[in-house]
Design a protein around this ligand. Structure first.
Ligand code: AMP
Ligand code: MG
Length: 347
């Protein structure tokens, strides 16, 4: 089966799985209010905005329009996008939101010691994760491409972005999270106080469910179908990065995932299977889920202890979960995973 199709099927399965988790809780009580759902495809994934209340329909459509607008600005492959123009090199004037996205990526690159590396595009492309066929580039090819990688090579001054020739940005690790925050802003501006935004697994919840209860968000089993557990939450964002999202199997049977270690230029292969971040903003969750996946278990724990502006659930190759103290009481293992050891990370 072609890879793209396989990937889409996997995404649909994940969406069905998440939807199944929500099913038990979406309607009833105040749920008799209007529930409006906008489903669409953008940023290379399936997305949905579900809003409740009188202004839900208009608000959900406006949120969808906003995400699609940002997709057009931030696509690395669309020749008409602002990121494409920036990647051509030199000084380029961009919109306020694109300048903000790039500034945020640089800030997070600095904060994570370059584990989040916004200039990885040439390397990601060489592995075939953005357009083209998946392949294993040679060591020399990667070393050559890594010469153009480094967030410190990027300058943002007002709305002007400057890249040296050959340096290229990839918005894949943060764009969906940033867009989910923008979608949430639009919903709130339009009077919505209960909504669930799901941009390809980048979740933002506005308020609580219409019945006043918390939302239930499934954490996918990285090694199988279904979920390993459920997080109860409201008014926050939840984003997971996992090797299962996008990967390919090489001729020798090695599975390569889409998150690249900027130091080696190769897909991350460490002790983590997935990292789920819970925080107030989608952009922070998205940036951190990718970066902490790169850092590995110990690096991720150290990062949490230094910053403590997020919670996390790590599922590791040792078959155990590592959960920060602030989220442990809100995470419940699924029936099938009740035996899983849950380690609590304390400050
Ligand atoms: P996510 O699914 O949010 O973890 O983001 C992964 C995507 O971000 C990949 O598909 C690449 O486009 C890009 N990417 C891969 N590795 C990195 C990295 N270390 N830093 C920044 N972006 C990355
Ligand atoms: Mg991310």
């Amino acid at each position: 089966m072609p890879l793209l199709r396989r990937r889409r099927i996997k995404i649909i399965l994940a969406a069905v799985c998440i939807a199944a988790t929500f099913c038990s809780c979406s309607f009833g009580g105040r749920g008799s209010e209007n529930a409006e759902k906008a489903d669409f495809f953008a940023m290379d994934t399936y997305m949905s905005v579900t809003a409740y209340g009188e202004s839900a329909q208009k608000a959900a459509e406006l949120a969808k329009d906003e995400v699609q607008r940002l997709d057009k600005l931030w696509s690395v492959t669309d020749e008409n996008s602002e990121i494409f123009a920036v990647n051509g090199g030199g000084e380029v004037s961009v919109s306020g939101e694109t300048a903000q996205l790039i500034s945020f990526m640089l800030e997070m690159a600095k904060r994570t010691g370059g584990a989040l590396e916004p200039t990885l595009y040439p390397v990601v492309k060489a592995w075939g994760f953005t357009g083209g066929e998946n392949r294993v580039p040679s060591g020399e090819e990667i070393q050559e491409l890594l010469k153009n990688v480094g967030y410190e090579k990027v300058t943002v001054s007002g709305n002007n972005v400057t890249l040296p020739s050959g340096v290229m940005l990839d918005t894949g690790a943060v764009g969906k999270g940033y867009a989910s925050d923008k979608a949430a802003e639009i919903l709130k501006e339009n009077g919505v106080d209960s909504a669930l935004i799901d941009l390809g697994g980048n979740i933002v919840m506005i308020g609580r469910k219409p019945d006043g209860k918390e939302w239930k968000i499934g954490v996918r089993d990285p090694e199988g179908n279904g979920v390993v557990g459920v997080i109860s939450a409201s008014d926050c964002a939840i984003v997971t990065s996992g090797v299962y999202e996008r990967n390919f199997t090489a001729a020798d049977g090695t599975v390569y995932g889409h998150i690249i270690d900027p130091k080696s230029g190769a897909p991350v292969d460490n002790d983590i299977l997935s990292v789920t971040i819970i925080a107030s903003e989608g952009r922070l969750c998205d940036a951190l889920s990718t970066a902490l996946f790169v850092m590995g278990k110990d690096g991720a724990i150290e990062h949490w202890r230094t910053h403590k502006d997020f919670e996390m659930i790590m599922l590791c190759k040792d078959g155990q979960a590592y959960v920060t103290e602030g989220i442990k009481d809100r995470f419940e293992a699924d029936e099938k995973h009740k035996g899983m050891k849950i380690n609590v990370i304390t400050g």
